[in-house]
Design a protein around this ligand. Structure first.
Ligand SMILES: Nc1nc2c(ncn2[C@@H]2O[C@H](COP(=O)(O)OP(=O)(O)OP(=O)(O)O)[C@@H](O)[C@H]2O)c(=O)[nH]1
Ligand SMILES: [Mg+2]
Length: 339
């Protein structure tokens, strides 16, 4: 039976998708429940909303899932974006993490799997991405706390061992496992134009599922034989953008930072106070499509409230051009905010 959701409901659902804090999410869920059309076609969705409300209420009261999950999996995001390394046991996640970030993430011959998320920074030019090394995901087991972390992350580096004969099957099983937890790994990255002829992305029907942009890392290419090249082709056909890597030889690693920068649509904005020199050291990392007002909001909420105009060097028509709140920023712009 069709759900026939009303614009009012869709608006409430959109607010929920944007909410990041549990309290805010809870308010949004209650609103969704209040306005959802009550008929047979929405019964499943009503039940989902109620159970999410129950979960959040229990969690905010200090018990619920989080309490019997042992150590928290929450990782405070830092840098231009947070990316999680996901893959089967022994694929080389920790080795790649150590090579890319200089972390001492425990690398061990199987069976010494990573136990807890380990964040560290991957530098790229004058910014950095946060890479989170994670425990493995396998057919037998995925730590339940992982899904909470994945729900709020910006993207995934999906690592597979190209030399493993069953690497394609492993990949399929991991995707299934995550989909059961309503985490959908997607080939779409926010900064990339969709391929020509591709239809507009339909809004996911399930408000409790998340879509994470995913880069496939086909690792251990140093062990792979020529026949494995065919497997790589196969993997590439899995639809994700992909890079061939070797953590031990360092192969393919230099391409990861540039890929993330471009695929996430990162835009660096350098701010200056009126009459002062530009702060060249610490760009604000925005996203393509963000405006001067978004920059003001990032610098300080008060500045966004009292914002009058900005001067901009870079994407403006001429240097120091005066622009309004909705002027979109471009990479390497210098922005002087006036309030
Ligand atoms: N030859 C080769 N060996 C690699 C490569 N990457 C990782 N390894 C080896 O594979 C084994 C497992 O590597 P880890 O980095 O611990 O793998 P992991 O994905 O973090 O493993 P879990 O934490 O158990 O999921 C180690 O012996 C690594 O030295 C690679 O590119 N080439
Ligand atoms: Mg590991």
């Amino acid at each position: 039976m069709p759900a026939n959701l009303t614009p009012e409901y869709k608006q409430a659902e959109q607010a929920y998708r944007l909410a990041r804090q549990p309290r805010e999410q809870l308010e949004c869920l209650k609103e969704m429940l209040r306005v959802i059309p009550k008929h047979k076609g929405t019964e499943r969705l009503q039940a989902d909303i109620k159970s999410r409300i129950r979960e959040l209420t229990l969690e905010s009261a200090g018990h619920g899932k989080a309490a019997h999950r042992g150590p928290s999996h929450a990782v405070h995001p830092e840098g231009a974006a947070q990316l999680c390394l996901i893959g089967p046991p022994g694929a080389g996640k920790s080795s790649l993490h150590a090579q890319l970030t200089g972390s001492r993430s425990e690398v061990g011959p199987y069976p010494h799997p990573t136990q807890l998320p380990i964040p560290a920074m991957l530098p790229f030019e004058d910014i950095a991405f946060q890479l989170v090394d994670l425990p493995p995901v396998s057919v037998e087991f995925m730590q339940p706390g992982l899904t909470d972390l994945l729900r709020v992350t910006d993207g995934v580096l999906l690592v597979v061992d190209l030399s493993a004969p069953d690497c394609t099957e492993q990949l399929v099983l991991i995707l299934q496992r995550l989909a059961e937890a309503r985490i959908i790994l997607s080939e779409r990255w926010p900064g990339q134009a969709s391929s020509p002829g591709a239809s507009e992305e339909p809004a996911p029907a399930d408000p409790f599922s998340v879509q994470l942009p995913t880069l496939l890392l086909a690792n251990k290419t140093d062990l792979a034989s020529p026949e494995d090249a065919a497997v790589l082709e196969d993997l590439l056909g899995v639809r994700f953008p992909a890079l061939a890597t070797s953590a031990t030889r360092g192969r393919g690693l230099a391409a990861i930072g540039p890929f993330l920068f471009s695929a996430l649509g990162v835009v660096r904005v350098y701010t200056k106070a009126p009459g002062k020199p530009v702060d060249q050291n610490r760009p604000f990392t925005m996203r393509r499509g963000d405006t001067v007002l978004d920059v003001a909001l990032r610098v300080h909420p008060d500045l966004a409230r009292t914002f009058k105009f900005a001067r901009i060097w870079g994407s403006g028509k001429f240097s120091g051009q005066q622009v309004g709140a909705d002027h979109p920023v471009a990479d390497a712009d210098v922005v002087e905010l006036h309030a």
